[in-house]
Write a protein that binds this ligand. Structure first.
Ligand SMILES: Nc1ncnc2c1ncn2[C@@H]1O[C@H](COP(=O)(O)OP(=O)(O)OP(=O)(O)O)[C@@H](O)[C@H]1O
Ligand SMILES: [Mg+2]
Length: 424
């Protein structure tokens, strides 16, 4: 099956033979995909590397040295398979608490034809005004253009009027977290081509075109984070992130049952569920105790105890998501649909629980099939990595910014936006 998940129009920036490298630095695992663009502009994965991540917590680097090691190992494995060396990666950002805001920008165009310069002027006038201190813009997505108040314009170039306005969706994240990640990547001798927040990539990978157009929320249930994005009319209009994920469920189990973390993880993935069943009291689970070497020193607990630990934590996490979604004002826009993905979405019963808590129709989202990707790396835990490939191919209409200084930010911002407008 061809690569059709991203509505690939034409390879705008990626010529035949071009290499794409993406890196998902997650709290549980680091994934690197290397893909090559074929003659019709589709990516084929030629190298895969993944590795349990260390030194990453809540999506952010907390130990530079060990994080560098796990990133290096994953990248090396992918390079070896691909027979290529990579220098630049499309990189995900889960840490630094990325948050959204929408900003309206207006400039006078005094009756002349709208050109690229006008849009650039609009950005320059107000581009940085609303960004919180100590944070930087990761995404700047024009969600709507209006000329003289007539909204709903996708490309304003060539139109006449007196004022041009742009609704910009800005996603900004803590500067410290962004810099730490960049430094870590730099220490692996890699540069970051673009930074993409996790739920954006997850949405690109898992939502079908109709969902993106009509309005849909995607929820990436990760190890250290739970993040969400709302898509409407083909664009991401809102995103948020909660620093709680599947790893918290695992530590709850370890604590609650006094069992080692590794065993708690095993119990969760094999027998865990977020919805109780009547059989739970009859079924017992073998639980080795923490710090005990002898297998005899273990205990048996009813499965209901395990469910009783998992369910409240998952419920709480989903309630937080509901709260963020409602506070954002985008809950209605997202319609009645929610798509779940990420490693944590594999927890039994999570769909039913999400349906209950969010009061929406919930479906499980597997990433769109990517050529060359083995079954083992095509599951929901790899949605972000697949979405990053999609992002690299599609180059969605936005001005993404990476880098430290204001000036650099500005330059990247305008040149990317200019590039996008030229290519429209
Ligand atoms: N079969 C399963 N059942 C339940 N949970 C699972 C299963 N498989 C994986 N998980 C959980 O998924 C989580 C990891 O998900 P994922 O790989 O998406 O995280 P990550 O991308 O590394 O982290 P993050 O995005 O938060 O930085 C872990 O908490 C793990 O326990
Ligand atoms: Mg992730």
């Amino acid at each position: 099956m061809g690569f059709n998940g991203f509505n690939v129009r034409k390879p705008r920036h990626r010529p035949h033979g071009d290499l794409i490298a993406v890196l998902d630095v997650g709290s549980s695992k680091v994934v690197c995909f290397i893909a090559r663009i074929d003659e019709v502009g589709r990516p084929t994965v030629i190298g895969i590397g993944h590795q349990v991540s260390q030194g990453i917590k809540g999506g952010a680097v907390i130990d530079m040295e060990v994080a560098e090691q796990s990133i290096g190992t994953a990248v090396n494995a992918a390079e070896k398979l691909a027979g290529e060396t990579i220098r630049e990666v499309v990189l995900n950002l889960s840490g630094g608490h990325p948050t959204s805001q929408t900003m309206a920008v207006e400039v006078a165009i005094s009756g002349h034809e709208v050109g690229e310069g006008d849009v650039r002027r609009a950005m320059r006038a107000h581009g940085h005004a609303h960004v919180p201190p100590d944070s930087e813009i990761v995404h700047a997505i024009p969600v709507d253009f209006a000329v003289d108040g007539a909204r709903g314009i996708h490309d304003p170039r060539g139109m006449f009027g007196t004022t041009l306005s742009v609704d910009l969706h800005l996603v900004s994240a803590a500067t410290g977290a962004v810099r730490n990640l960049m430094t870590c990547i730099g220490r692996c001798h890699l540069a970051c081509e673009t930074l993409v927040v996790s739920p954006y990539a997850a949405g690109l990978a898992c939502l079908v075109e109709d969902e993106k157009q009509l309005g849909c929320a995607v929820l990436d249930l990760g190890g250290g984070t739970t993040s969400l994005a709302v898509f409407l009319e083909g664009r991401m209009v809102f995103s948020d992130c909660i620093p709680v994920g599947g790893n918290h469920v695992t530590s709850d189990i370890a604590r609650g049952l006094s069992t080692p973390l590794a065993h708690a993880e095993r119990l969760k993935t094999l027998f865990g569920s977020c919805t109780a069943s009547i059989a739970d009291d009859r079924e017992t689970l073998h639980v080795p105790l923490v710090g005990e070497e002898e297998p005899a020193r273990s205990t048996h607990v009813p499965k209901s105890l395990l469910t009783g630990i998992i369910q409240p934590r998952m419920e709480e996490t989903l309630e937080l998501v509901r709260g963020r979604l409602e506070a954002s004002g985008f809950s209605k826009v997202a319609g009645r649909r929610v798509v779940l993905t990420g490693g944590g979405s594999q927890l039994q019963g999570v769909r039913e629980l999400a349906q209950q808590v969010l009061d929406k129709q919930v479906r499980m989202g597997r990433p769109a099939p990517l050529r060359g990707l083995a079954e083992a790396t095509a599951g929901p835990a790899f949605a972000v990595a697949v979405g990053l490939v999609g992002y690299a191919v599609e180059q969605p209409s936005e001005a993404a910014l990476v880098g430290g200084q204001e000036e650099e930010v500005g330059v990247g911002f305008f040149s990317r936006l200019g590039g996008w407008l030229r290519d429209l």
